[in-house]
Design a protein around this ligand. Structure first.
Ligand code: GLN
Length: 592
């Protein structure tokens, strides 16, 4: 029986059959292939970076790719996760709050994703329970197999239908052996059986240990990890070995014996200087070609597209290498001990730096104890300042002190969401004479609630007291710095995640005081971008949005680009050099 017939026979739930694999309407068996990536041995191998880069290599060849991350946790989305423990909450254009890995996929693929690209056990179980309540299971007892696994397969096939992808890239969260991910592994095993030969390529990412006391690579942990996958009924087609050094032939041969994977399909994905070098590592090793062969889709490749994409990418990597200039940007954050909490900001600065021939050094400043008096000492050496998104009271006064310092000392400033709100507060207090102005998030009894929750607007938006989430259009005021940054586009789309906003009652006072609101919501008086005129400050910009989520390696986000350019000018002025000259004392650029 061919795949189509098998699928047709599986696709209805009846009393007569044990099969349960409902198909989303429009599903075309055989059109979409699946690459499924598992992690073995341990977490933290960079599974998301690996999968997204492999997907990029196929996209570069002219194929349509759609990634999906399957998360084991029971949260329905990542909105309530603490960034300190789990990394930043990444927001998609459709408002879905996801794991930070979705940011990695968007950046690497230069592709906007949606809630179809992200699944959690919370979502899967919610859908199963909703169906159960509606009686959709026709009186059957609802079980992990086939109903919960069936729901996972529906999610994967829905993505295939919605994107008409050549290849869906499935990243199974966690590590083989974790209880919460077991049913995902079972679901993709079933998927491969139902879809038939050449439909799925299983890739096991593993780790080759190299204990210092031995000074030799050992394969036992990897063997055991892969054995776990085999025990679950998955025969990997490809094994990608992470490790510090290139994996030796001896180790690859040994792993081949234990895993039934030929040594040519055993790839060394050892540490390299930068994530941007991984595409070349994958291509150089022939891993992308192996996937095409396994899936039998070599004929779908467009060789010219591939050549063009590779050239553009190698120019980008070349620019990182040749960056000569150097700037120091201070990020005023609460979670400064965990870089993952600010992953998108770090990348956005990296992209802007590469575009301006600069290495951007980030200095993390915990603002808990920052005051006006200490500002010079803490911030004096910076070429630019960012106040990122945040929630709650801690460190807020320190952030306001940092913004005051930036404004009064002509230090380029970029405020992101909370950093936009803090800039409004700072301006209200110190320029407009509204003493003790504040956000009601910080001081509910402030005499001047310049930043507040506005229930009437939330009602208009239909969100109740919830966050305003996802992409929104922003009207740009002509003739402003924002207009210049966005190339005179009358309207741009930015991504939001906030509950509080500027109270329209105060807009007049703030504008009279000299603050310019250069970006607004089209239909409501929601302030989205602020700035100071160039006659007053070289670069003072804030946005209620999170532009860091939209920066891409080859398309740096304009507000970050503006900040880095202004910071470079400051660095050059401080060094007493003419604009454009390289700063000689700068440390060698790195591919971080
Ligand atoms: N806490 C602020 C709000 O809810 C800012 C949110 C943020 O920075 N993401 O509006």
């Amino acid at each position: 029986m061919d795949a189509e017939k098998i699928l047709a026979s599986l696709s209805t739930a009846t009393d007569e059959t044990e099969f349960y694999a409902p198909m989303p309407a429009g599903y075309r068996p055989g059109k979409t292939k699946y690459v499924i990536v598992f992690g073995t041995v341990m977490s933290g191998l960079g599974k998301g970076i690996f999968s997204s880069t492999l997907a990029k290599c196929l996209k570069d060849k002219g194929l349509t790719v759609a990634p999906i991350k399957l998360e084991g946790y029971l949260n329905v989305d990542s909105g309530t996760l603490n960034p300190y423990r789990h990394g930043e909450v990444f927001v998609l254009d459709d408002g879905m709050e996801t794991d930070m890995d979705l940011g990695t996929y968007e950046r690497m693929l230069d592709q906007n994703l949606s809630r179809l690209n992200f699944a959690t056990s919370g979502q899967i179980f919610t859908r199963v329970l909703e169906k159960e309540r509606k009686g959709s299971y026709l009186g059957r007892d609802v079980q992990m197999i086939p109903h919960v696994t069936g729901e996972v397969k529906i999610k994967l096939r829905e993505l295939a239908v919605a994107t008409d992808a050549d290849v869906v890239f499935v990243e199974v969260g966690g590590t083989v052996g974790d209880v919460e991910n077991t049913y995902y592994i079972e679901a993709v095993r079933e998927l491969a059986f139902e879809e038939g030969p050449d439909s799925c390529c299983f890739v096991a990412l593993t780790y080759i240990i190299n204990p210092a006391m031995l000074g030799e690579q050992k394969s036992k942990a990897a063997q055991l990890g892969i054995r776990g996958l085999l025990a679950a009924g998955i025969q990997p087609h490809i094994i990608a070995c992470r490790g510090r050094e290139p994996v030796t032939r001896k180790v690859r041969e040994k792993l081949a014996i234990y895993s039934n994977v030929p040594v040519e399909r055993m790839f060394s994905m050892h540490d390299c200087e930068s994530i941007y070098l991984i595409p070349d590592m994958i291509r150089g090793a022939g891993l992308d070609e192996a996937v095409l062969k396994i899936l039998n889709i070599e004929t779908r490749v467009h060789p010219e597209a591939d050549l063009g994409a590779r050239k553009t990418w190698s120019e980008f990597v070349g620019r990182i290498r040749s960056a000569r200039k150097h700037v120091r940007i201070g990020v005023m954050g609460k979670y400064t001990s965990v870089r993952d909490s600010y992953a998108s900001i770090i990348h956005a600065l990296e992209h802007a730096g590469t575009a301006t021939d600069a290495h951007v050094e980030i200095e993390w400043v915990d603002t808990t104890d920052l005051t006006d008096e200490r500002a010079e000492q803490e911030l004096g050496g910076l070429h630019g300042i960012i106040v990122p998104g945040g929630f709650g009271v801690r460190g807020a006064e320190g952030k306001i002190a940092a913004i005051r310092y930036a404004r009064e000392h002509q230090v380029p400033y970029l405020g992101l969401c909370y950093g936009f709100q803090m800039a409004v507060i700072e301006y209200a207090r110190h320029v407009c004479g509204l003493a003790d102005a504040n956000s009601t998030e910080i001081d509910p009894d402030t005499p001047h609630p310049v930043v507040d929750i506005l229930p009437e607007q939330k009602q208009i938006e239909g969100l109740g007291g919830n966050m305003r989430l996802g992409g929104r259009d922003v009207l740009i005021k002509p003739g402003t710095l924002a207009a210049k940054l966005f190339n005179n586009a009358p309207e741009v789309r930015l991504r939001f995640r906030h509950r509080y906003e500027v109270d329209p009652k105060y807009i007049n006072i703030l504008e009279k005081g000299g603050l310019v609101f250069s970006g607004k919501a089209p239909d409501y008086p929601i302030m989205q971008i602020l700035e100071l005129p160039p006659s007053v400050h070289p670069y003072f910009v804030g946005t209620q949005a999170h532009p860091e989520f939209q920066s891409r390696p080859l398309r740096p986000q304009p507000m970050f680009l503006g900040l880095v350019k202004a910071a470079l000018e400051r660095a050059e002025r401080l060094a007493g050099k003419p604009a454009g000259a390289a700063v000689e004392s700068s440390p060698a650029p790195t591919l971080a």
